[in-house]
Design a protein around this ligand. Structure first.
Ligand SMILES: Nc1ncnc2c1ncn2[C@@H]1O[C@H](COP(=O)(O)OP(=O)(O)OP(=O)(O)O)[C@@H](O)[C@H]1O
Ligand SMILES: [Mg+2]
Length: 382
């Protein structure tokens, strides 16, 4: 089958079969959103499993918030249907969907205390005062805000405000937790701590979580699956590993982590192996791994390949006889302690490599280097 990823397809089949009994899975069935002439989101078709940590990842304006807002009910889709489990919620207003949402700017009430902010959603539901107190205190313990109930929001640190926003979303015991760039206001260290905290909470509670970010490291470290978006369209859906190691196109390859994108022409195909001419003196052999590129590739055609810097290995100069050894001159050398990163000029192409530091001498700018590119580490990206 062309254009697929076997692991993801198997997973989706499972989800589809079980969809009827998953109470809080989320399905978007060919959902689009048009704002006048602007296409906000086009044909998003996903099945998020109950209990899954699912992330929308992509650059600014790609449609992440619009998709999340349609799930929350703040926007209605122009076309397509949305289901929570087997329930069609496409036309339900937000307050009937029982989702907990953390907005990008938190949208806390600054004049209210921590307790009042967290309790707000329960008061709207006219819950008994004693139950509200019990629930708020429970969720305060969960997000580690004990003892701060009477503080005003403007007397809290950024990290504490973030936890109030999370507590306010969790206290209503939502079916689905929706988080729109919840860490964007925090400094780098706090971001890292808080992302583990959110992940811990999510797996403890087992709650279906949809997380929006433009930060690929955040997406990779937290998610069960990621949907990469660009220009309102889905580019790829897969586990962090699939997205990183088997990008389906150039955009995904370059957006997720660092990579070398080289253009070339397929000169021959033999079984599951192809030879690509990058330059007159530079040919590489590559394994054709993903089914989609095996369908697409043809001898004589232009193609692009992605090579991750960490897949490249330094070899001795006498290694000419091996396949896929390239020679070049180092233009940038960076020693980071754990690794040595080189940018090497290979003819007119640049090759970025990241080599594990093993105590040998770090080469300098201007020195020659021989690098081996394993054929199984070359990915065709269209
Ligand atoms: N209410 C609206 N009216 C008109 N256009 C809108 C509206 N909301 C979003 N858009 C447009 O839809 C597209 C997607 O916007 P969206 O807010 O979903 O992007 P995003 O991925 O969340 O970006 P960011 O990372 O900057 O938050 C953009 O082109 C945006 O300008
Ligand atoms: Mg947004």
């Amino acid at each position: 089958m062309c254009g697929g990823n076997e692991q993801t397809e198997a997973f989706l089949r499972l989800v589809t079969v079980e969809r009827g009994i998953l109470l809080s899975g989320v399905t978007l069935d060919h959902v689009s959103k048009q704002f006048g002439n602007v296409k906000g989101v086009e044909d998003v078709d996903i099945a998020i499993q109950s209990g899954e940590f699912f992330t929308f990842l992509g650059p600014s304006g790609c449609g992440k918030t619009t998709t999340l807002r349609m799930i929350a009910g703040f926007y209605y889709p122009s076309t397509g249907r949305i289901h929570f489990g087997s329930e069609d919620v496409t036309n339900l207003p937000p307050n009937k969907r029982n989702t907990g949402m953390v907005f990008q700017n938190y949208a806390l009430f600054p004049h209210m205390t921590v307790f009042e902010n967290i309790a707000f959603g329960l008061q709207v539901r006219r819950m008994a005062r004693s139950e509200i107190k019990e629930r708020v205190e429970r969720v305060q313990r969960l997000v580690r805000l004990e003892g701060l109930g009477q503080r005003r929001i403007d007397q809290l640190s950024g990290g504490q405000q973030q936890r109030v926003a999370l507590a306010r979303a969790l206290v209503i015991e939502p079916r689905i937790l929706l988080l729109d760039e919840p860490l964007s206001n925090l400094d780098a260290k706090l971001r890292e701590e808080t992302r583990f905290e959110i992940k811990r909470l999510q797996s403890e509670l087992g709650i279906t979580t949809i997380y929006v970010t433009h930060d690929q490291a955040e997406a990779m470290s937290m998610s069960d699956r990621i949907m990469v978006m660009q220009g309102g369209q889905v580019q790829q859906i897969g586990t962090p590993e699939e997205i990183y190691h088997r990008p389906l196109n150039r955009f995904v390859a370059s957006f997720i982590g660092e990579t070398n994108l080289w253009e070339g022409v397929v000169t021959s195909i033999s079984g599951a192996e192809a030879t690509i001419r990058i330059a007159p003196e530079l040919e590489l052999r590559a394994l054709i791994k993903n089914a989609s590129s095996r369908c697409r590739l043809q001898s004589g055609e232009k193609t692009a390949i992605s090579i991750r810097p960490e897949a490249i290995v330094e070899v001795s100069e006498g290694a000419e006889a091996r396949d896929n050894v390239v020679f070049g001159t180092i233009t940038v050398a960076e020693f980071t302690g754990a690794s040595v990163q080189y940018v090497t000029a290979v003819g007119t192409n640049l090759l970025r490599s990241m080599l594990i530091s093993q105590g040998s001498r770090v080469k300098q700018h201007g020195e020659r280097i021989a690098l081996h590119i394993p054929k199984e580490s070359i990915y065709f990206v269209g």
